[in-house]
Design a protein around this ligand. Structure first.
Ligand code: UD1
Length: 424
């Protein structure tokens, strides 16, 4: 298993090019199962989850051709699509569940394994009840046997009005893509997630001829069409990678020009970084950010659905709050027990106490290098940031978590001055 050897502290300076968004690309790739004509997807990040999704599509009969050093793919449908999504492909990646609806929509049947992915919610796990209940409402019947969902529908899925009992990014994406080819009246989805990655999926589908309209802040209406058109689409930049590099600059008194992402989409995060004293200048698809000499505290961060502060940036901001000049708190509202990184940060000298879904962070920490272990994707980013800010050598193990979602993180960090090396 690979590890990162990091010598700190370093001040990060230079330019960073943000990769395509993993969380936007995964649902877009899953929705290619709905097409009869070829689809070209560009700006794919070269990360493990994308490879897993492409292997999953291949196992379902799609033909994949790679271009531009694997950043661009052309996906064509096979004449004989398959409908079995295996445990071996879904066990490491939660977004694999997103093939279920498109398979039922196109083939009227599917056998799909329960998905795996980051363990973010302690014993509560990461259920898929919102996906299954909503798909059932639009005409999918299913039963669960030996870890697999055996699903089918009588004819096409049917347009229906439904309200999600709580907001879910994945369930919203899943229902939108599964409704695009539905029969009958319109599907109206209420209480939808409106994360930029959801909107990137709807843009992609609309450009291919789907009839999707936002008719309220969280209400989406889809009128089924017979088929989707050939399309070439470029995936948006990665919102969480951008947030991670903005924290990196702020944390290390750095000076980074971050390219390839629309700053308007992370206004909440940038406003908080301004409060810490960072100097930020915004351009079209670029952010210039300089860290302050002393990081001012942010009193309280509460994670929330978009518009609010993203749970996927919570671990990275926790590192910043450790270094800030005073006590602060984080309330995690999306994955109530997403604090595994806090224990590891303590090995580097952080003082953090956790009670239920609230973390209290003492601040004024001078991180000291140590051996730490990543527990999930964003936790690994937090540990890498803390190690770059720490005095001495740190070893961050289990970086396979990081490789699932950050493209070439060590190369990008090294280029701007971090002393980081992959060892195994
Ligand atoms: C997506 C992102 C993930 C991010 C999360 C929240 C991808 C591939 N992953 O995950 O990085 O952290 O959004 O922004 O895009 N829930 C249920 N039942 C369900 C589905 C979800 O109870 O069927 C709960 C979850 O446990 C969680 C909350 O709803 O507490 C939100 O999860 P959701 O928005 O669905 O996250 P994902 O789509 O899995």
């Amino acid at each position: 298993m690979d590890k990162f050897l990091i010598k700190g502290p370093s001040t990060l300076k230079g330019e960073v090019l943000i990769s395509g968004s993993k969380n936007a690309a995964l649902p877009i790739l899953a929705s290619t199962l709905l097409f009869d004509k070829p689809v070209v997807i560009k700006n794919l990040p070269r990360v493990r989850d994308i490879n897993t999704m492409l292997n999953l599509l291949k196992s379902l009969g799609s033909k994949i051709e790679f271009f531009d050093n694997r950043k661009k793919v052309r996906i064509s449908k096979s004449k004989k699509p398959k409908y079995f999504a295996s445990y071996s492909l879904l066990k490491t990646m939660r977004a694999g569940i997103l093939v279920l609806g498109p398979l039922v929509s196109k083939c009227q049947k599917s056998i799909t394994s329960f998905p795996g992915g980051c363990v973010l919610n302690g014993n509560s796990g990461r259920p898929i009840n919102l996906h299954l209940n909503a798909l059932e409402k639009i005409g999918m019947k299913y039963e669960i046997k030996k870890g697999y969902i055996y699903a089918r529908s009588k004819g096409n899925l049917k347009g229906k009005s439904l309200k999600f009992p709580s907001i879910s990014v994945g369930a919203t994406q899943h229902l939108i893509m599964s409704s695009v080819l539905s029969d009958g009246k319109a599907t109206t989805l209420k209480n939808c997630a409106i994360e930029p990655e959801v909107l990137d999926l709807t843009n992609f589908l609309k450009n291919a001829g789907a009839n999707i309209k936002w008719i309220g802040k969280r209400t989406c209406q889809i009128i089924g069409v017979n088929s989707l058109n050939e399309i070439s689409y470029s995936v948006m930049g990665d919102r969480i990678e951008t947030g991670t590099f903005c924290v990196a600059a702020t944390l290390t008194k750095g000076n980074l020009l971050i390219k390839g992402f629309d700053p308007k989409l992370i206004k909440t995060e940038l406003d908080l970084l301004k409060k810490t004293g960072a100097t930020i200048r915004l351009f079209k698809d670029q952010i210039h950010i300089k860290g302050p000499k002393k990081i001012k505290k942010i009193s309280h961060i509460k994670t929330k659905e978009y518009g609010g502060f993203p749970t996927d940036c919570q671990p990275q901001f926790m590192v910043l709050m450790c270094k800030a000049n005073g006590k602060s708190e984080i309330t995690e509202n999306i994955f109530k027990s997403r604090f595994m990184h806090a224990m590891e940060l303590q090995r580097l000298g952080a003082k953090i106490s956790i009670k239920n879904s609230k973390a209290t962070i003492e601040g004024n920490t001078n991180f000291i290098g140590a051996e730490v272990m990543s527990s999930d994707l964003r936790a690994s980013a937090a540990l890498i940031l803390a190690a770059i800010a720490a005095k001495g050598t740190s070893i961050v193990s289990r970086v396979y978590h990081c490789d699932r979602g950050y493209e070439n993180i060590e190369k990008k960090l090294k280029k701007v001055g971090a002393k980081i090396r992959r060892v195994n």
